[in-house]
Design a protein around this ligand. Sequence first.
Ligand code: PLP
Length: 393
Amino acid sequence: MRNVYLDWAATGPIDLSGLRVLHDTAVENYGNPSSLHNPGNRAFTELEKARALLARCFDCRPHELFFTSGATEANNILVFSLLKRALVLKKDFSAYNVIVSAIEHASVWEPVHTLKKFGFKVKVVQPDEEGVIRPQALGKLLDKQTALVLVMLVNNETGVIQPVEDLVRCVRNFSARTGKNILFHCDIVQAACKIPFSLQGVGVDAASISAHKLGGLKGIGALYLRRSRDMDVLYTGGGQEKGIRPGTENVAGIAGFAALADRRQNELQKNLKQAEAIMNFLISELKSIPHARIFPSGRSVAWGGRYSPFIINIAFPPLPGEVAVRMLNEHNIYVSTGSACHSRKKDRTRVLESMGIPRPLAECAIRISLGPDTDFEDISYFIAVAAREFKTL
Ligand code: PLP
């Protein structure tokens, strides 16, 4: 039986070229980058080389990148810096409004809702039925107390690309009118090295990235901050990463991350075209299964600049997504019910429900996500199994 891994948005196998860089760096540059002796200096040089390479990949400046233990930590640092700021300034927490999109990953959604428990005002901006956060919807929620806006670039469950550049423009126009400084944070985990974009181009103030979504080691990531001096971080310690994320850096993991990001960025157009062809094949083959559904229902193309061709959300109602995942697993086909972080949680239908999909239907959803190793045969096998196993339901 084939093994068909279609859960690359959750994670993927470590890429051997990145692993080689990681291994060599760990062996040869074992020093602590904060130490003043030669091994320390060599580790520091490696760290800064990696930072410069990543900055080139994402079109920002090296000093704007801060290494973290992944995107979850990057998102948490960013959100909780607002709490620290309010504490330091001894301000009334309700004077800091946060606007968060309803489709955010749990690592943004949960910290923001923790702020709410402290008394911050949190407003949720809803997507339309196509899963898109519109500038008009965001504009209605902005007010003079808004301190932070969080909208991701590629949704990890549906693959829908958000118009972040337009959303940032909407916030900047509001700031220009009112003189209110608002921070815009964007989770770019599912976009990084997969679809073309530039951090300078989209104009966000902050962004989070994760290495293992690119074939890197788990537990490595980065926070991009355009103005780090505005941050009040809850962590304290040895002052590494300019105090944004104190703790000895994982130099080897970071070097592997940078090498991989560089490679994936160079291969971006080739990988994008390959994913587009395979995803278009999946979309057309799904039509042969009468009750197969795609979320959002208006999606008929893999890419078109509107969707990540690496992610699609589908369902075979009335089959619950969890049952579909287990049945496919029996055939060595590995998919997920939306986000891996949600698969064991009760609010796992939040994103689809925010798009107007009724809960019973949203509970049938499964996410298929492609990676560099996915081929047409994988999809044919998946379709054959789905058509056979799910047709009588
Ligand atoms: N943000 C998005 C959109 C994700 O898909 C994920 C991972 O599933 C994360 C954040 C969390 O990343 P990490 O595993 O590096 O903490």
